[in-house]
Design a protein around this ligand. Structure first.
Ligand code: CMP
Length: 140
């Protein structure tokens, strides 16, 4: 398992407001290198599959509706200790609770519209980037 890599998603709210350029700039400024990147529009079915782990939770329908409401930017990122480092960079799930200077504090609007997603463990990182990218679309 490659713990030097993580998967990130810039969510529709941040893409709609044209914040994705600045978000990617902050990610690279923090020392991550981009190993894959694409902008895609997910269908409701795609969104339900991507967030299947949250099926049945109170926020599942809200979340899947939102994630399929407009284009997202999918990223594979590399840095030493990538998962933890990226979660620090984005801050708490709820932007209102996120630390100053974090991406969710800067660009998040609510718990659902929280600007970015980051994988929570190496196994999920692989699952999540495999959902968006073929192996040949990811740089070595
Ligand atoms: P994300 O990192 O994409 O992972 C799951 C998402 O569910 C989370 O960010 C939030 O945007 C969303 N979500 C909505 N409501 C909640 C909640 N009450 N608790 C946790 N996550 C929530």
């Amino acid at each position: 398992m490659n713990s030097k890599r993580t998967f990130a998603l810039v969510k529709p709210g941040a893409v709609r407001k044209n914040h994705y350029g600045e978000i990617i700039y902050l990610i690279t400024k923090a020392g991550f290198s981009l190993k894959a990147m694409k902008m895609v529009q997910l269908s409701m079915i795609d969104a339900q599959r991507f967030y299947a782990v949250h099926e049945g939770k109170e926020f599942y329908e809200r979340l899947t509706k939102f994630i399929s409401s407009g284009p997202v930017v999918a990223l594979v990122l590399e840095k030493e200790n990538a998962i933890e480092e990226f979660r620090k960079l984005i801050g708490s799930t709820d932007p209102a609770q996120a630390e100053e200077g974090t991406i969710r504090k800067l660009f998040g609007e609510s718990v659902t519209m929280n600007a970015v997603h980051g994988s929570d463990c190496p196994e999920n990182a692989v699952k999540e980037w495999s959902f968006f990218f073929a192996q040949k679309e990811i740089l070595d």
